[in-house]
Design a protein around this ligand. Sequence first.
Ligand code: GTP
Length: 604
Amino acid sequence: MTDIRARQRKIRNFSIIAHIDHGKSTLADRILEYTGALTTREMQEQVLDQMELERERGITIKLQAVALTYKADDGEEYLLNLIDTPGHVDFTYEVSRSLAACEGALLVVDAAQGIEAQTLANVYLALDNDLEILPVINKIDLPSADPDRVKQEVEDVIGLDTSNAVLASAKAGIGIKEILEQVVLSVPAPQGDPDQPLKALIFDSHYDPYKGVIVYVRVVDGKIKSGSKIKMMATGKTFEVIEVGAFKPRMTIVDELNVGDVGFIVAGIRHVGDTQVGDTVTDAKNPTPEPLPGYRKINPMVYCGLYPIETSDYVDLREALEKLQLNDASLSFEPETSSALGFGFRCGFLGLLHMDVIQERIEREFNIPLITTAPSVIYHVTLTNGEVMQIDNPSNYPEVGRIDFVEEPYVKASIIVPNDYVGTIMELCQNKRGEYVNMEYLDTTRVTITYEIPLSEIVYDFFDQLKSSTKGYASFDYELSGYRQSNLAKMDILLNGEQVDALSFIVHRDRAYNRGRIICEKLRELIPRQMFEVPIQASVGTKVVARETVKAMRKNVLAKCYGGDISRKRKLLEKQKEGKKRMKQVGNVEVPQEAFMAVLKIDD
Ligand SMILES: Nc1nc2c(ncn2[C@@H]2O[C@H](COP(=O)(O)OP(=O)(O)OP(=O)(O)O)[C@@H](O)[C@H]2O)c(=O)[nH]1
């Protein structure tokens, strides 16, 4: 037992927190390289950022862990477990759980950019988890770097002592050893009691086709080895452990995981849903009385319909979703039918980025061209008979006569911008039905502006508008703040007199007229001329609020496209298949994919 305690004192569990692009992955790579965990050749594929898609978009989606050995200046060898955190607002809960598996965090701040919205959001998560935070000022090699200003900012805004902050360049490999020394000296060794019943935190999992779900854990008390019977406290499921291991950085089987360790468990688990992030693993026969705090069941926040362009791809689409779900318990889907689009799936996502990633993977990895409908949030609709409906698809919105009141989700949005853009941001937030909360100066040049904004307005093009109206200077973070009553209505779109269910959306009544007008204009531009005139109408209830017309094609154009010229027609069809010009036959009107997303691009 003394061995285990001695070993425990030499463990340091830490993660790296940063705003996107401040250099987290580059620093992680340098640390791996410095501690000899990887050869230079292996470094070429950034191990901590595995998926191709992640690399292309330059963001980290899936968390990972890696065990490193480091011989410190005190002559002792330490086991450093570096736990990676996903770098996007959609995954705040996962970030908070992986931080809960650590005792310390490196706070990486770009020496030229300074503190950004996500830096702050991540710092608060780290503080909530009582972590020791070690500031690292990165990118000091940049000509525009101003480490003194950024240090001062970290002191003023976050209240951290920066006298020991490491000035680093992850790119040039400067400051890496200092960072590791600080981790050893300042991050506390894990507390935990080896004699208590097993208590381990699940901070991630992934699906392996041969071994089933591999659960990533941090042992808080007790130990775990193969043959033990374990229980997941939130889901109540029990399993027998087949093997346990560590990330060195490849997965390596070990005899047991002890108090303070970070590693993985294989236990013949078939569904990632049985291993919820944040859940506590305990001994089934000798359970711990209390689970670890902080567990939350994660619910999707944004829904949209995914429909195959080719009806024959439906079964493949279901298989693709099932495969993706194996690794992603937060993705939900169920079959849905649309009279306009046919058979498809209603899918739930943690946020917009999550939605984008899944759509792209289906198209790219599974090769299924999709029509996606505009994202929707979940509305709470209270009917006159007292029943409450949760509506994630506008086409299921009940008739006005049955509705008592409707509530929609709001988020608290924090935006950091240079002073010059305060007016622009306020105008943008106001346009999005935002309510001003407060404004704080970070320093003499930048402010944090906080607004309460309906989530539905953010899922539209908020982020793009934020970036374009501030020349990219604004940074943004949000968290759900609750439901509020709103004066909402469903807007229907009729093409050629027929209602197109997949184009319906929920709108604030004050804006219905304006939105209706804009969307009709937009659709008129997007829908190509057909052989006949196509009226486009927007209506709320039975009242038509706007109307436009797509004129019929002239004869000679028609002849060119649809006359006997088969090769041209075939080319067109091929193009559609490639997804360049995705058309869906809705009634007798051909509608392009963009039309289904048109509602996202309206500025009023
Ligand atoms: N000049 C300079 N560039 C750096 C340094 N560290 C990272 N970069 C660059 O900054 C960009 C972002 O670095 P990443 O390591 O991908 O940033 P990240 O914080 O991991 O970003 P996410 O994975 O999106 O969270 C890359 O182009 C890096 O090459 C540095 O010390 N100096």
